[in-house]
Design a protein around this ligand. Structure first.
Ligand code: PLP
Length: 365
């Protein structure tokens, strides 16, 4: 066998796949510019600037049974989530981040040739995971304000459609879809996966609809509101039969013990964590006002913990680089329908101050 013959055996659709572009880590950046990692202002991945609940640090420091496998059935956690998510434990499955559940759902439903509807621009992971699953990706563009085009989604449904994926609020735009529009999608009878990663910052959920619509599935995460992005902790609410299948097909020990403990402690400290969520929501309002004062930026109203902005003058990639030189990380996009734009996570008030000052000095990149 020649050295590259093995690569030729890879599935063709994966040979040409553009990967999910993860953000720059502060460690990588600290090496490139002369600012220590802890002084870098990280507003590029919608992480929680206040960290996790202090109860999580304490519980993990005191935990001893690392030598014992986690409970594959996640029984305790699922019972606890019952109250938080207001759904029966039989509907709930936890995972190593909510992304893992997307993979499991695709694994359950997709065979080659099946179609998945994706409402672009949106979270790029839906594209990559769908292609990796072997499904055909059907992109339905949102309108010029990034609102969902319900009729276009309905028109895109064919006999081969196995799943519609919808982030609500959407990332990277922060826009929301009304419950009425979501119901219209549910009426098609196609399985609908609503990603509520930013639910806590929005305050509205479609979980109460699960009893009425057996095709509704909802993804949630502890990454944003509970500050557990680094531990990988997510869950979903599914029709009970689908939850049973997911428990059967998932890797048995998908949620590690540290993540289980951290989720359980977070659920015992919801008031504290929601206090921080409130602070972030207040700061979102201030950041939006401040960004609105910069005449070459057009911020979009957001119901999440970030603000999406069109860059009206100059180049967004250059802007991102210039902020990076000052130790401020933001995401930038230059894909079709996301031309020349950046996404800024809501940080602490002092992060907003430093960012806004840096933007004012740039006077349009
Ligand atoms: C951040 C984010 C998630 C979270 O994924 P995890 O794997 O749980 O960290 C999911 N969906 C969207 C749209 C996000 O922006």
């Amino acid at each position: 066998m020649a050295p590259d013959d093995i690569v030729k055996l890879i599935r063709p659709e994966l040979q040409s796949l553009g990967g999910y572009s993860a953000h720059t880590s502060p460690e990588t950046l600290a090496d490139k510019i002369d600012i220590p990692a802890e002084r870098i202002i990280k507003l590029d991945a919608n992480e929680n600037p206040y960290g996790c609940s202090p109860r999580v640090y304490k519980a993990l420091a005191e935990y001893r049974r690392w030598n014992i496998y986690p409970d594959a059935a996640q029984a305790k956690l699922r019972r606890q989530l019952q109250d938080y998510a207001v759904a029966d434990a039989s509907r709930i499955v936890a995972a190593c981040g909510s992304g893992e559940l997307l993979d499991d759902i695709l694994c359950l439903f997709i065979k080659p040739g099946d179609e998945v509807i994706n409402c672009i621009p949106t979270f790029d992971m839906y594209r990559t995971r769908t292609i990796i699953s072997g499904a055909t990706l059907v992109n339905v563009p949102r309108d010029e304000n990034y609102a969902l085009d319900v009729n276009a989604v309905k028109a895109a449904v064919t006999r081969k459609t196995k799943l519609i994926i919808l982030a609500n609020p959407n990332s990277p735009t922060g826009t929301v879809t009304s419950e009425r529009d979501i119901q219209a999608l549910l009426e098609t009878g196609v399985p609908l996966l609503v990603d509520e990663a930013y639910y806590e910052f929005y305050g509205q959920t479609v979980v109460p609809l699960v009893d009425r619509y057996p095709n509704l599935m909802v993804l949630r995460t502890f990454s944003k509101w509970a500050g557990l992005a680094g531990l990988r902790a997510g869950y979903g609410i599914f029709p009970p039969d689908i939850a049973s299948y997911l428990l059967k097909i998932k890797l048995p020990y998908n949620v590690n013990v540290a993540a289980l403990v951290a989720m359980q402690e977070s659920l015992r400290d919801v008031d504290y964590l929601m206090g921080k969520v409130k602070v972030i929501i207040d700061e979102r309002k201030r950041l939006f006002q401040e960004l609105g004062k910069i005449d070459w930026l057009q911020p979009f109203p957001s119901q999440a913990n970030f603000i999406f902005c069109s860059v009206l003058k100059g180049n967004a990639g250059e802007l991102q680089q210039r902020l990076q030189q000052k130790g401020i990380l933001v995401r930038y996009f230059d894909q079709p329908r996301l031309q020349n734009s950046i996404r800024i996570s809501v940080g602490k008030p002092e992060d907003t101050d430093i960012l806004v000052e840096a933007l004012q000095k740039l006077e349009g990149p």
